[in-house]
Design a protein around this ligand. Structure first.
Ligand code: ZN
Ligand code: ZN
Length: 390
């Protein structure tokens, strides 16, 4: 039974570390152990590691670490692409090695041997499609089309020029320092894809997320059915009741069956835990990005709105402080009322809280989905200047 608890602890730890690393900076986790683990994983661990390298290898060792860091984080590189291919390849290989000999089985027909292969192949195809597709590069030839497709909202996007590309910067675009280009409707630079996610490939990225989520759920259920089939075929329940005198109830049988599975099929159980955790993470990512698409926002714009709201609040606070000072100067004879006012103002809804986030690009549910599936630059109306003049 100790192995059983070890497995649960392993699953919980993996989940905590993954959630802390990926979501620890979210406001809901502020002041919780999740945000502490996130800080440690993102900054603390690296700082301690650098100190350790400095003590053991001196400045030369530290320089090597800085060079590796520069290559991995400051330059486009295929490291995470290779890691993805290694993960999906190894996982599928382990599934084939451990479970294919039981297919067809009691619950699964032979078709699942081929279905799983096609599932993985489509997953890899979507990965390659997202990785190597144009995210919507803004060039001199198409910049005027992008400028008219995405007008400036004069809140988070104002008229600017990209200092690197030396072309006007359309609203919603961003210059990616890793890809060294301006990307229209920029969402984020995805290290896993070694590519930007933007106007033209957000649809592939979403398809990648939902497909891998479904693939992980399918894998978890299929392995579960393989194991259930083994329990059925080997008549484990019958043996436990007749030969070991275990009560014929779920609560009595479950621990014995779990122990048998952990002894006989521990690799498959580990795979199930792994796939279930990954499917949860992918579901979270997909829900986040689907919500962005439905509201016609991007990850980049989410951060820009946060900055805009903070800036507007500060501006309103400064204005309010100026008003208080002016009122105080005008009512010098009534200092008491002014103190009361300022005391109660703390508990009243502040002017600063009514900063309006008006997303001019949000044109309704169906239009927003349409814009992601059929990006503006793929439409006939979006003709590059060269072809128009030529
Ligand atoms: Zn640029
Ligand atoms: Zn990029």
């Amino acid at each position: 039974m100790s192995l059983y608890w070890l497995l649960i602890c392993h699953g919980m730890m993996t989940l905590t570390i993954a959630v802390s690393f990926l979501c620890g900076q979210w406001p809901i986790f502020q002041g919780t152990p999740v945000s502490c683990i996130h800080r440690f994983l993102t900054f603390g661990a690296y700082r301690h590691f650098l100190k350790f390298v400095g003590v053991v290898c001196g400045d030369r060792g530290k320089n090597v670490v800085f060079s590796v860091e520069y290559y991995c984080c400051e330059r486009a590189n295929p490291i995470l692409q290779i890691v993805y291919l290694a993960i999906i390849g190894t996982t599928y290989y382990i599934v084939v090695k451990t479970s294919f000999s039981y297919i067809p089985g009691h619950y699964l027909s032979e078709v699942h041997r081929y279905a799983s292969f096609f599932g993985v192949a489509i997953g890899i195809f979507l990965f390659l499609l997202t990785s190597f597709s144009d995210p919507g590069t803004v060039k001199a030839e198409n910049v005027s089309q992008y400028l008219s497709a995405y007008p400036y909202d004069n809140m988070i996007f104002t008229k600017k020029e990209c200092p690197t590309c030396k072309i006007p910067k359309p609203a919603r675009s961003k210059h990616c320092s890793l890809c060294k280009r301006c990307v229209a409707r920029f969402d984020h630079h995805c290290g896993w894809m070694n590519n930007c996610i933007g106007e033209r490939n957000t649809r592939y990225f979403l398809a990648f997320l939902i497909w891998h989520f479904l693939l992980c759920v399918y894998g978890t259920i299929a392995i579960g059915l393989v194991l259930a089939g083994r329990v059925e075929e080997l008549q484990i329940v019958h043996i436990l009741i007749v030969y070991y005198g275990v009560d014929n109830s779920v609560s009595s049988l479950a621990p014995y069956i779990a122990q048998w599975l952990l002894d006989a099929h521990n690799t498959q159980i580990l795979l199930m835990v792994f796939l279930a955790i990954v499917s949860l993470l992918l579901a979270g990512f997909f829900a986040y990005h689907a919500n962005l698409c439905l509201t016609n926002t991007t990850t980049n714009e989410t951060f820009k709105w946060q900055d805009y709201v903070i800036w507007q609040k500060k501006l309103n606070e400064a204005r309010a402080a100026l008003n208080v000072n002016t009122t105080g100067m005008n009512t010098e004879g009534k200092p008491q009322a002014s103190k009361c006012k300022s005391f109660f103002r703390r508990f009243l809804p502040q002017e600063t809280e009514v900063v309006v986030r008006r997303n001019v690009y949000d044109k309704g549910f169906f239009h927003n989905i349409y814009e992601v599936i059929f990006p503006v630059s793929t439409r006939a109306s979006f003709m590059p200047t060269k072809s128009k003049s030529g």
